[in-house]
Ligand binder design. Structure first.
Ligand code: DUC
Ligand code: ZN
Ligand code: ZN
Length: 479
């Protein structure tokens, strides 16, 4: 089954060029001028449009069991919504419960994800520690295509990783050629502030951002960075929401440390006044962690993206409907944390990034696709329009307009955090594995067509890091 995308401008991270793109058997087989359509091929007219690598959302939580409920968006509906917005791959998270065997949890998530309609992969969270976790991390890297491990520095009493877990898991990640990642918030401080606010009678969603101030995030980001520095392991910090964590990343990068930062479309666009909305449902719909911040932080995050100190954009897509959020009606601490966005990330980034001149089109491709593919070691299979790459492609119409609304989106949640946002520039077509799965508003997806994507370890680079570490081996003084 061939598809020829004709007459468009191919936009990759490194260059743009007028070219047709021919796909066959799930792969890109030719990129060039005036390609002929093989007999029986589907032809997509991309005249006046941009042909870009499909988006990679490196941070989603489909059907996550969390805070006493289960995220409403499952792997089928969530990956379909992603395709409608030009995102052709997600990296979701296996999150074992405390003491749960991490391989068993991995298999559980693989089973849940079998119905995905686009390709996907998994980071695995390390939520506890003993020798079996040490060994099982090795099995996940060697046999199951995992090259990144996640650590929640918040959620005390549930999945929080303390310094002992961070140190053990970061060191093990280096041995294995895997990259540790962190949700950076000081969980002890959050726990204390939540309690204080609740006891003062501030029980509504307005307490949520007050209990998780930017300083808590900055402290945790800096702590994770310094632990990674001592252990000489690269680090990826998810959903940076504030100036403080960005500054910690920028400082470390300026010192030559290999630290990567992700930012969410929501954190770039939405400010914390929403938590003071008079309607509980609206305020609660925005409860996620870290919370949305004041505009000072949004400006800083845009600058972080423009300067390259933040490399990836994501959504932390983790949906809960109003009836689920109602669990925290009398106690903000019980509102399930999470918001959506997998369908809207690309268009929000295009409109507010490329449309405002903050990002070039090539930078847009970098921050929505290529950088994630490179950081998580699946480039150029993903994140590139080039011969041999997977034919995961978005055809982008820069003139198309829309108003984002939960009434028209494909996400399985009753609230869209970008509700009412007017957008110029959206996908006209999305291809997944060389098939047109979204065309001019219509999704044609197949349950289970998505594949699990193995991500190999970073062998050679990490070998060099380890050698460097042993060169600096201290010598005991003989007395
Ligand atoms: N933050 C959220 O808002 N939801 C899921 C997990 C997380 O860290
Ligand atoms: Zn998180
Ligand atoms: Zn998350």
């Amino acid at each position: 089954m061939s598809v020829l995308i004709k007459g468009g401008t191919v936009v990759n991270a490194e260059q743009s060029l007028r070219a047709d793109v021919l796909c066959d058997n799930g792969l890109i087989i030719a990129v060039g001028r005036d390609l002929d359509a093989p007999s029986g091929a589907t032809v997509v007219d991309a005249g006046g449009q941009y042909v870009m690598p499909g988006g990679i959302d490196p941070h989603t939580h489909m059907q996550l069991p969390f805070m006493g409920t289960i995220a409403s968006e499952d792997f089928e509906s969530g990956t379909a919504a992603g395709l409608a917005g030009g995102t052709t791959m997600i990296i979701d998270f296996v999150i074992p419960g405390p003491q749960q065997n991490i391989i068993e949890a991995y298999h559980q998530w693989r089973e849940w994800a079998e119905k995905s309609v686009s390709d996907y992969s998994f980071h695995v969270a390390i939520t506890w520690w003993d020798d079996s976790v040490h060994d099982d991390m090795g099995t996940l890297v060697r046999d199951y295509g995992v090259n990144s491990f996640k650590h929640f520095m918040a959620y005390k009493g549930a999945i929080m990783a303390d310094d002992e877990i961070l140190v053990n898991s970061f060191a093990r990640s280096l041995e294995l050629g895997a990259i540790p990642t962190v949700h950076a918030e000081n969980g002890e401080l959050v726990f204390r502030l939540q309690k204080e606010l609740y006891e003062k009678g501030i029980t509504g969603p307005e307490a949520h951002p007050l209990s998780r101030p930017p300083e808590c995030e900055g402290e945790a980001a800096n702590r994770a960075i310094r632990i990674a520095e001592v252990l000489k392991v690269p680090l990826y910090i998810v959903h940076n929401s504030c100036r403080q964590s960005l500054e910690a990343i920028t400082r470390a990068r300026n010192e030559g440390q290999r630290v990567f930062g992700e930012v969410l479309a929501g954190h770039l666009m939405i400010d914390d006044s929403i938590y003071r909305h008079e309607d509980f449902e609206v305020a609660a719909a925005h409860v996620m962690s870290p919370p949305f911040r004041s505009s000072e932080h949004q400006d800083a995050l845009w600058r972080g993206l423009q300067s390259g100190n933040l490399q990836t954009t994501a959504t932390d897509h983790c949906c809960f409907c109003a009836d689920q959020k109602a669990a925290g009606k009398d106690d903000f601490r019980l509102i399930p944390n999470g918001t959506g966005g997998v369908e809207n990330r690309m268009e929000v980034l295009w409109h507010h990034g490329v449309g405002t001149g903050r990002l070039t089109m090539n930078e847009f491709v970098k921050v929505t696709s290529t950088n994630a593919a490179q950081i998580f070691n699946i480039y150029p299979r993903k994140g590139s329009i080039s011969v041999g790459a997977d034919a995961d492609i978005v055809v982008w119409d820069p003139e198309a307009t829309k108003t984002i609304s939960t009434k028209t989106d494909h996400q399985n949640v009753d609230y869209n955090i970008f509700e009412g946002m007017e957008i110029k520039g959206c996908p006209s077509h999305t291809l997944s594995q060389g098939k047109v799965v979204y065309a001019n508003g219509e999704l044609t997806v197949e349950r289970g067509a998505g594949r699990y994507v193995d991500r190999p370890p970073f062998a050679a680079y990490y070998d060099a890091l380890q050698k460097q570490a042993s060169l600096a081996e201290p010598v005991a003084v003989k007395r």
